[in-house]
Structure formats: structure tokens, C-alpha cells
Design a protein around this ligand. Structure first.
Ligand SMILES: NC(=O)c1ccc[n+]([C@@H]2O[C@H](COP(=O)([O-])OP(=O)(O)OC[C@H]3O[C@@H](n4cnc5c(N)ncnc54)[C@H](OP(=O)(O)O)[C@@H]3O)[C@@H](O)[C@H]2O)c1
Length: 273
């Protein structure tokens, strides 16, 4: 839909499920639905293969690509080798990964503008086209070398999926004291937004606040004791993230080397217990 709005001709979609085809056509007026992917292939210059990562290689290898066609996947973790089946038949292959979290279709449409796209391509022509698409979608792009993909994607997992997991942990702790999910989310959201704003406006390490930045050893000991009793897994997670937070606090300059050493020992002891 966003590509169509940006002036690209969106010919159609193919899927195993008629329901998915109908849903696509509701969003992209004038496009055609193809039950058979071979028929779609006959009509297009470029295809995005947006099946789950584990299915990309097999789906691509099963199709009769023609020389000069372009096939692009949207995976952040995989490189171009999974498109080998198409490349062998003369297709140009690429990757166009929106570094963005698409939880629902409508939210995905809203989140696309401003996103950064990780791009890889087997030809100059396809690379230029994908760059232009990223810009036309209101975003920007980075080139991710094949050997760097694993860290690029693990980084995205930390910044997005594990952020959700951390909020899940924070809500669990509030639940211990009788604050439910809805109320807890309301309580935490201003803190989360404030933190994200600080990351955007002042960046790391200055945006770090809290007991590690202040070197509040007594408070941290209390947290560790309470968590060890109540939830041993969260206790270990607290200690593990604490270790990652120490260098940021040192970088900010508000945590002394002496207190950092004490905290490091506390966290390591917790992890080894
Ligand atoms: N979701 C995100 O936030 C996000 C962000 C960036 C990049 N990506 C990338 O985008 C791609 C798709 O991700 P997604 O989250 O949209 O995946 P998804 O919702 O799990 O799957 C997309 C569709 O693929 C079809 N499908 C599933 N298994 C298949 C198979 N074995 N053969 C053929 N079709 C199959 C299904 O469509 P039908 O039911 O119609 O058959 C399914 O709705 C992945 O490469 C992912 O890494 C996702």
C-alpha cells in the first residue's frame, strides 16, 4: 500500500491462502490476486518473498525464475544465499529489511515512514532501486554486509523484542504487588517514553539514570535479595543486565571506579550462585 502511494505499480500478490489474498487486495486497490505464484511471476519485474525466514529458501527454489527478474526477501537475519535458487536461473537477488516491528498490518503501515531499511543486492541496478524505494517510503537505508547480518539482526532483537520482554518483566514485578497489566502499563509508559526521548535527545551514556548510574549499592543489594527470593530467573537477568549497565554508568562519569568494582562483584556473584 505504501509502495503504491509512493508511485510504484503493485501488480499483485500470491499466497497459499485465499483469505490472505483478499486481505492484501483490500489494502492495495487494483492489484490482482494469484493462487498460483508461477502466474504472478509471468507478470512482474520484482517480487518480494515475505514468507517466514525458514521457508524462504524452499519457496524461492520451487519457482521458475527468468533471467533479469528481481527477487527480494525481507529478512534481517538471512543473507542472499537463501535466494540461490533464483540466482542460478539468472535472477537478480536482494534483501530489503525494514528495521521495524510489524505486529499488525495497520500498525505496520503507520510505522513504515521514518524506518531504516537494511539493504543487500546482487547487482548495482537492484541496489539503486531498493535505495530509491527506502527513500520513497519516507525512510532511509544502511548496507549490511553478509557477514554482519547476524549481529545486525541480534541487535534488532535486543532493541525491539527484548524491550517488550523487559516490559513484560517489569509488569510481572508490579503484579507481585497487586498492580495488574493495564494499570501497570499506564504506570510504566511515561517512564518508557521518557527514556526513549532521552535516548533520542541526549543519547548514551548521558541518558542513563537510576541506581547503577548513581552507584547506590544499598538499593541494588535490596533489589537482588528480593528478586533472589521471589523469582530466581529475574534475579539472574537483573544481574546480567547490571553488568552491561556498569560501563555505561562509568562512561557517563557518575559511577566511580571503586563503586563499579563492588557492583561488578555483586552481579558476578549473583550470576554464579
Ligand atoms: N514482522 C516483523 O516485524 C518483521 C520485520 C522485519 C522483517 N520481517 C521479515 O518479513 C518476513 C515475513 O515475516 P512475517 O512476520 O510477516 O511472517 P509471518 O506473518 O509468520 O508469515 C508471513 C506469511 O507467510 C506465509 N507462509 C508461512 N509459511 C509458509 C510456507 N512454508 N510457505 C509459503 N508461505 C508461507 C503465510 O501466508 P499465508 O497464510 O497466506 O499462506 C504467512 O502469513 C520474514 O522474512 C521476516 O524476517 C518481519
Amino acid at each position: 500500500m505504501k509502495l503504491k502511494e509512493a508511485g510504484y505499480e503493485v501488480v499483485g500478490v500470491s499466497s497459499r491462502s485465499e483469505e490472505s489474498i483478499r486481505r492484501f487486495l483490500k489494502y492495495v486497490e487494483g492489484a490482482k490476486g494469484f493462487k498460483n505464484p508461477e502466474a504472478l511471476l509471468e507478470e512482474v519485474e520484482l517480487i518480494f518473498v515475505t514468507v517466514p525466514d525458514d521457508a524462504i529458501r524452499e519457496v524461492v527454489a520451487s519457482l521458475p525464475w527468468k533471467k533479469g527478474q528481481k527477487v527480494v526477501h525481507a529478512s534481517g537475519a538471512l543473507s542472499l544465499d537463501v535466494l540461490e535458487g533464483a540466482r542460478k536461473r539468472g535472477a537478480e537477488v536482494g534483501s530489503f529489511h525494514p528495521c521495524q516491528a510489524f505486529a499488525t498490518i495497520d500498525q505496520a503501515i503507520n510505522n513504515i515512514p521514518g524506518s531504516v531499511f537494511g539493504i543487500e543486492a546482487s547487482s548495482e541496478e537492484l541496489r539503486t532501486l531498493l535505495e530509491r524505494m527506502a527513500l520513497d517510503l519516507g525512510g532511509s537505508y544502511v548496507f549490511v554486509p553478509p557477514e554482519g547480518k547476524v549481529f545486525y539482526h541480534a541487535s534488532a532483537v535486543f532493541a525491539s523484542n527484548y524491550l517488550v520482554a523487559l516490559v513484560g518483566v517489569a509488569l510481572k514485578l508490579l503484579d507481585f504487588i497487586g498492580i495488574g497489566k493495564e494499570e501497570g502499563t499506564k504506570l510504566l509508559l511515561p517512564l518508557i517514553w521518557g527514556t526513549v526521548n532521552n535516548i533520542q535527545n541526549i543519547g548514551l551514556p548521558t541518558c542513563l539514570t537510576g541506581p547503577i548510574a548513581r552507584g547506590d549499592i544499598t538499593v541494588i543489594k535490596k533489589h537482588l535479595e528480593a528478586l533472589r527470593e521471589r523469582d530466581p530467573q529475574v534475579f539472574k537477568l537483573y544481574a546480567s543486565l547490571g553488568l552491561q549497565t556498569i560501563p555505561i554508568a562509568l562512561g557517563k562519569g557518575t559511577l566511580s571506579e571503586e563503586r563499579a568494582k563492588v557492583l561488578k562483584e555483586l552481579f558476578e556473584k549473583a550470576l554464579n550462585s
